[in-house]
Write a protein that binds this ligand. Structure first.
Ligand SMILES: [Zn+2]
Length: 372
């Protein structure tokens, strides 16, 4: 692709010029004259390169690695289209629409591989470009492994959210033994509208999102909806911690466990959930544990009941069997264990038996409602 960074793109001014890679010269005279990268958040990363050689340059590839937790270091290589020439001046973009988007604060390592007609090759030294949301003037607050980024609201507002964050981590550790393994970044946008502006595929209902493999969360919270915001932080942070400690290439967690732990971190079950649970008990329409292993229904009534049951299942396991067993269950899942196998290994019962035991627990707990 020929370099086409025109005046229009520059007008948007969201660009941040980053480091210039070390320029390397091959023996043949294959030389990098200029190389740079710019973040155009949230849409793309723009790279540019000027290189010269004694022979025509015929092959240029942009290599890059996104900094996120994975099972192997994945190097991507993008071919750059251009007309062979002794001097080339090219641009290449990583479109986030194709990558599925990256959260704010992501780091991408990149380098160029260049070859000319005489068979000479050269690779530049790896450099980093930061994909920051430069539309806002971020302030930061760090405590333990968490850094909170915010741009709207007072220091007290940020401090209050940090206290919620630390309390949620402490509660999760007490319930399950699970703790943050790696640093977490928490971006507090001033509204869900601002948050959605940071995303490639925003949904109008998106209020918070956890990028668990990046250790990043982004939530839209204003001082007027701070109570909702605190619940959202506790919920998303739990997903982040639980995914960190259970990530494996073989199997994901059953959804009821993942969502149940996240709901539990929020504290008391809100009335719409407890009402849905009571009604399902009364009308004998509880969803099976087996069904709750898969993503929840898009129908809101069924989704509310799914969350409520997940909360109650996790409460049952933690209340009746304790923190150590829950930690053992999570570490068993990290080994890629199947759902029935993991439950059998830790608790001595499978999902169907869990279903029966939990129903006794929950019906007992809501007996007054059932009786009525
Ligand atoms: Zn969730």
């Amino acid at each position: 692709m020929i370099k086409k960074i025109g005046a229009l793109a520059l007008v948007f001014c969201l660009l941040l010029t980053i480091l210039s890679p070390t320029l390397v010269q091959a023996q043949s005279g294959l030389t990098v004259l200029e190389s740079s990268a710019e973040a155009e958040f949230p849409s793309r990363l723009n790279f540019s390169l000027t290189a010269r050689s004694d022979a025509d340059i015929t092959d240029i590839r942009l290599c890059y690695v996104v900094d996120r937790v994975g099972f192997a270091r994945v190097i991507s290589e993008a071919y750059v289209e251009f007309a062979p020439a002794a001097t080339v001046d090219i641009g290449s973009s990583l479109e986030m629409v194709k990558l599925g988007g990256l959260p704010p604060g992501s780091t991408v390592e990149y380098w160029w591989k260049i070859a000319d007609d005489s068979g000479d090759r050269l690779a530049t030294e790896p450099e980093q470009v930061h994909f920051d949301d430069t539309r806002y003037d971020w302030q930061t607050l760090t405590e333990g492994k968490v850094t909170l980024y915010w741009y709207s609201g007072s220091n007290n507002f940020a401090q209050e959210l940090m206290e919620t964050t630390q309390a949620a981590l402490a509660k999760l550790a007490g319930d399950t033994g699970a703790e943050l393994e790696r640093p977490a970044r928490l971006y507090i946008y001033a509204s869900s509208g601002d948050l959605q502006g940071s995303m490639i595929y925003p949904q109008e209902w998106t209020g918070g999102v956890a990028f668990t493999r990046h250790g990043t969360m982004a939530i839209g919270i204003s001082p007027s909806n701070i109570n909702w915001g605190k619940d959202a932080i506790a919920h998303e942070l739990t997903h982040l911690v639980i995914h960190q400690i259970t990530l494996n290439p073989y199997n994901s967690l059953p959804v009821w466990l993942d969502e149940g732990l996240a709901m539990r971190s929020e504290g008391l079950l809100e009335p719409q959930f407890s009402t849905a649970l009571r009604e399902a008990i009364v009308t004998d329409s509880l969803i099976s544990v087996q069904s709750l292993c898969s993503p929840f229904s898009a129908y809101s009534d069924e989704a509310v009941l799914s969350y409520a049951q997940s909360h109650s299942l996790v409460e049952f396991l933690i209340t009746d069997y304790g923190q150590e067993k829950m930690f053992e269950l999570l570490t068993t899942f990290k080994q890629g264990s199947g759902y029935d196998d993991a439950l059998e290994a830790v608790y001595g019962f499978d999902m169907d038996e869990l279903d029966s035991l939990w129903q006794v627990y929950v019906i007992d707990k809501y007996q007054a409602a059932v009786g009525s």
